[in-house]
Design a protein. Structure first.
Length: 330
């Protein structure tokens, strides 16, 4: 859920949306209060310091438990004194006075990424009790930003994650066009990823091709990360971009032309090394391809949720549905 913030009155709207999601996830009263505080503070700071920005509110699932992530994103002047900004109770706005330090203390995980003259990302996760603090068995951290084009309620893009005996499977899908028919194809692909018996990217896309014939079709890519063997396997059809990046290097993962469910002339699975420094970025054509993580000081140390938010902020084309999925070693 993306909430545009252009004036202070919208802080209340962001708070209500975030709390409504928290309540729908049956988070306890204390957690809902923490969510309300964070949403209000982040939204107010966006207007006060950057003039405008947006908040991403996302449901989380880890080890069968539900949580919520709030990410505040802006293109403002950045934070000049990070240490002071993180002091508990420090607030230079006319907000609730909690400050970023209190949000860090109250949330289960908190990250701040700021670059002078380029903007700030504030990222906080909230769970009931301590349920969300344990990592899952994949040893891979994953985050995704996926939003419909402005004016559409239904997202023609989609994504999915599935654990297998051989690693973690990651998918990005872009239904042909946008709107309800594109969303129908994307939702079908998300469902099939959870149901298919296959664990190889090539076989999964073959299965998708047969299953999506009743839809308008989609561009799709599937990656499998095996952190034990240190290898990533990939297959793609259509205009889904994917790269494995490390400090000082980048390797593009090739997709072939075609439309899954309609016309697929060629399908080929590729493999390349995966190590503790590797970051996988997969995205639909709603994100421009000219991004380069080397432009962002210290981004390699940040979580996938921060990286995805930064790429979405700076390279979203704003004329199509957009999805950017980021995965890295935990």
């Amino acid at each position: 859920m993306l909430i545009e913030i252009t004036e202070r009155s919208q802080a209340g709207h962001a708070r209500r949306k975030a709390v409504a999601l928290a309540e729908s996830l049956q988070m306890d009263e204390t957690s809902c209060g923490q969510v309300a505080l964070a949403a209000t503070e982040i939204a107010t700071n966006l207007v006060k310091h950057a003039g405008r920005g947006h908040i991403l509110v996302q449901e989380l699932l880890r080890n069968g438990n539900s949580g919520l992530r709030i990410t505040g994103v802006d293109k403002g002047p950045g934070i000049s004194d990070v240490t002071k900004a993180l002091e508990d109770g420090h607030s230079t706005t006319s907000s609730m006075g909690a400050g970023l330090g209190a949000i860090r203390r109250l949330s289960h995980t908190f990250e701040l990424y700021t670059v002078p003259g380029a903007g700030t990302v504030v990222d906080a996760e909230f769970w009931s009790g301590n349920e969300g603090t344990a990592r899952d068995a994949s040893n891979i951290e994953i985050a995704c930003v996926s939003e419909p084009v402005r004016g559409e309620d239904q997202n023609g893009d989609g994504w999915g994650v599935r654990l297998s005996a051989e690693g973690v499977l990651l998918m990005v899908v872009d239904g042909l066009g946008h709107g309800p028919l594109a969303a129908e194809a994307a939702r079908a692909a998300e469902r099939i990823l959870t149901e298919t018996r296959w664990s190889s990217p090539e076989q999964i896309i073959q299965d998708m091709h047969l299953s999506l014939k009743k839809t308008r079709g989609a561009a799709q890519a599937v990656a499998k990360v095996d952190s034990v063997k240190g290898v990533i396997s990939f297959a793609g059809v259509g205009n889904i971009s994917a790269s494995v990046v490390e400090p000082g290097s980048s390797r593009c993962l090739a997709s072939h032309n075609g439309t899954v469910g309609q016309q697929m002339e060629r399908l080929q699975e590729f493999s390349c090394p995966w190590n503790k420094n590797s970051i996988l970025v997969m995205h639909s054509d709603g994100l421009a391809t000219r991004w380069d993580l080397e432009r962002y000081p210290g981004i390699w140390r940040k979580s996938p949720s921060v990286i995805a938010a930064v790429l979405h902020r700076d390279f979203c084309r704003e004329r199509d549905d957009v999805t950017v999925l980021v995965a890295k070693a935990a």
